[in-house]
Ligand binder design. Structure first.
Ligand SMILES: [Zn+2]
Length: 237
């Protein structure tokens, strides 16, 4: 038999991390990235064989990640539902004289001017984002002030921003910025982010002391971290 056996390409890419200290091989899946951590002396062929033997397991784990991402993917179109502060609002496009949004019960009526020249979907999405941004501007700073007085951690300032990679930030002058997309999340998840940033006012790092303080004010912080990680696709909207 020939030694040149045909090997089907793997359905995923992986990155190899060689280490002098490592004595065993392991596969780590972070989001949709596959990392193979191995001792420095193993050959590429050995790594390839190691991954192939575990191919089914890796593929299964990745499909779970993909399924989770899809499950929480936002759908902004007429008739779709959008997560909003722990509940859902139904989107309803309504052609009319002027563009604008109005919440009626749990339906967000998105008025679309007949004079718009751009694609309706683009304008409707802008309207929905604008409406959510306004709600975030009303709700998040007020909630931060409330939690600040409850915890005794007072920020130097607060702003609402559109970060693409994080839910909030705290700079070294004590100014906190919050992602407007937090209004999509359950109030508990938003509170966790607010408390996380407030705790940075005392510990400007992610040290054990920092996490102790977070846990003190938000005992469910691990649950909300997972919740937000599963919904990280919201940051891309
Ligand atoms: Zn932090």
């Amino acid at each position: 038999m020939s030694s040149l056996q045909y090997e089907a390409p793997l359905p995923f890419d992986y990155r190899v991390v060689r280490s002098r200290r490592r004595r065993t091989a392991a596969i780590q899946i972070k989001g949709n990235l596959v990392e193979v951590r191995v001792p420095h002396w193993v050959t590429d062929d050995w790594v390839s064989g190691f991954v192939r033997e575990r191919q089914a397991w890796v593929a299964q784990r990745l499909s779970i990640v993909v399924a989770q991402r899809d499950r929480h993917r936002l759908e902004v179109q007429d008739g779709a539902s959008l997560p909003y502060r722990g509940g859902w609002i139904r989107l309803h496009w309504q052609p009319g004289a002027a563009s604008g949004c109005e919440l009626s019960g749990d339906t967000l009526i998105v008025g679309l001017s007949r004079r718009i020249r751009r694609p309706e979907a683009t304008v409707a999405e802008e309207q929905v984002r604008g409406w959510l941004l306004d709600r975030a501007g009303e709700a998040l700073p007020a909630r931060l002030r409330h939690l600040a007085s409850q915890t005794g951690l007072a920020p130097a300032g607060v702003a609402v921003r559109g970060f693409r990679r994080r839910w909030g930030s705290c700079d070294n002058r004590g100014r906190i910025a919050l992602n407007w997309r937090l209004v999509l999340a359950e109030p508990g998840a938003a509170d966790y982010v607010l408390i996380h940033e407030l705790c940075h006012l005392r510990h400007f790092d992610h040290s054990p002391r920092f996490w102790q303080l977070v846990a003190q004010h938000c005992p469910d912080h691990r649950y909300w971290q997972d919740y937000l990680r599963e919904r990280s696709c919201w940051l891309e909207w």
